[in-house]
Design a protein around this ligand. Structure first.
Ligand SMILES: *Cc1c(COP(=O)(O)O)cnc(C)c1O
Length: 465
């Protein structure tokens, strides 16, 4: 399997290279040249598989040029054994033909564990083989940071630096990052906002001269292809559990950077019958506006009850754009260059392709709170604010009531107790047992001023030997 850039002007890479790459050198994102495809018979045969067995089958074609079968099998088995539910990704029914796929049984209680547990192990494997060490640098408004730290905590070839905006992430989220022990783990609380954190990371990737000879930065945000790949698996898993591939299934996905839902789109292109994909957004509705008007246009950032979806631009949408423009990389490059300076309009043909599979809905904080309350009163089931947005959009957007609709529950409600409390249902979501002592654990983080040079010299000084 080879990987190419959406903008058509960067070297073609193999899996091992794409794993260690961030953005392509032309500013684009990497995608496989062609997707593996599974026949109806092959998918049917996968129905009896456990999650790790299925994950191995689905992902093998993407990696097999770089990683021997048996090694990959061991990595995948180890990865999903840390999830605290025997089904790994269990389905729960909330209403007639309305399901929730619980993706929060991993170590940090959000779906990002599915990808980052795997990414950490894959990185360690290839770095060990190459006798190489790298530096992970990432910015987080909450969930990515803790999932990346948990994914890499046992990797001896990785130093990890996660920047979060000082005093602007929830206490649960901060503690999930800062209480993980290890000399190679560094939490930087930057005296600035999330955009300042992201700007520091972006500038550092652009000029890595502050690192010693032989070390380079690796990206753990969803521009990394391996993260998308890992997320394809649970779409297949859920669909097979609900009668696929003989029966189509629809999905509603709480969406920020478009990484998660893009994986659902790929699952469909690999042979899974997916009827409809619902893009569920909070007030930061750049994609919902695109679907309804055809214009891709930035607006200001709003803080909402669902902070992991607070974005102004969905970076992975470029990957879908590549297909919407029939893999015309020059057209994508042109659009994205123009988007740097202002709004862009998608062509009618592209909008037609988009609308045939995707629907969208923007859900306000008030509606989010109302849905958490309603679902609790009807089912005694607590949704976190992100999943509540997905569920609301699932109910409003579904085109065919006979097709099972699966909402991806992207986080555990105990991660967002304040938002859940606004629903006034009178119960507080409890942290799972393995985290019950989170508030007693010792924290480690360094508060740094919002100055690039200070951040970079801190990083250089704290690198392991
Ligand atoms: C990251 C995140 C999302 C958004 O996922 P994207 O892949 O960025 O679209 C939604 N919900 C939760 C809880 C998240 O952590």
């Amino acid at each position: 399997m080879k990987y190419i850039s959406t903008r058509g002007d960067a070297p073609t890479l193999n899996f091992e290279e794409v794993l260690l790459a961030g953005l392509a050198s032309d500013g684009g994102l990497y995608l496989p040249t062609e997707l593996p495809s599974f026949s109806e018979a092959q998918l049917t045969a996968m129905r009896s598989m456990s999650y790790p067995e299925l994950a191995f089958e689905i992902m093998l074609p993407f990696v097999e040029d770089s990683i021997p079968r048996d090694d990959f099998k061991a990595i995948v088995d180890d990865c999903y054994s840390v999830f605290r539910h025997d089904a790994v990704a269990p389905l729960v029914q909330l209403a007639p033909n309305q399901w929730v796929l619980e993706l929060f049984h991993g170590p940090t209680l959000a779906f990002k564990d599915f990808a980052l547990q795997l990414l950490g192990r894959l990185l360690d494997y290839v770095l060990e083989r190459q006798h190489r060490k790298v530096v992970i640098m990432g910015a987080t408004s909450g969930d990515t940071g803790s999932a990346a730290i948990e994914g890499c905590r046992r990797c001896s070839n990785i130093d990890i630096y996660i920047l979060h905006p000082h005093q602007r992430v929830s206490e649960v989220q901060r503690r999930q990052m800062t209480t993980v022990p290890g000399d190679r783990i560094h939490n930087i609380a930057l005296e600035g906002n999330f955009d300042d954190c992201q700007a520091a990371v972006k500038a550092s990737f652009g000029d890595q001269g502050f690192l010693p000879e032989g070390r380079s930065l690796v990206a753990v945000n969803s521009i990394n292809w391996a993260r998308i790949m890992a997320q394809i698996v649970y779409y297949v898993y859920a669909a097979l559990a609900l009668g696929g591939p003989q029966r189509p299934v629809s999905f509603s996905v709480p969406t920020g950077n478009f990484g998660d839902i893009f994986a659902g789109y790929l699952a469909r292109n690999m042979g899974l019958p997916v009827e409809q994909l619902v893009i569920a957004t909070n007030r930061n509705d750049v994609l919902h506006r695109l679907l309804t008007t055809g214009a891709y246009a930035r607006t200001e950032l709003h803080q909402t009850l669902s902070p992991s979806m607070d974005i102004t631009v969905s970076s992975n949408f470029e990957r879908l754009m590549f297909d919407l423009y029939e893999r015309d990389a020059a057209a994508v490059a042109d659009l994205m260059h123009r988007f740097k300076d202002g709004d862009i309009q998608l062509s009618e043909a592209a909008m037609g392709r988009l609308g045939s599979l995707f629907s969208s809905q923007c859900v306000s904080d008030e509606e989010t709170t109302a849905v958490i309350g309603e679902v609790y009163r009807r089912n005694e089931y607590l949704l976190d604010p992100h999943s509540a947005i997905g569920f609301k959009a699932a109910m409003d957007c579904r085109r065919d009531a006979a097709v099972p609709m699966v909402t991806l529950a992207t986080a555990h409600p105990a991660k967002f107790p304040a938002a859940v409390a606004t629903a006034g249902v009178g119960v507080e979501p409890a942290l799972p047992a393995h985290m019950a002592d989170l508030f007693e654990r010792e924290e480690r983080f360094d508060v740094l001023p919002n100055e690039l040079a200070t951040v970079q010299s801190f990083m250089a000084e704290h690198l392991s030997a």
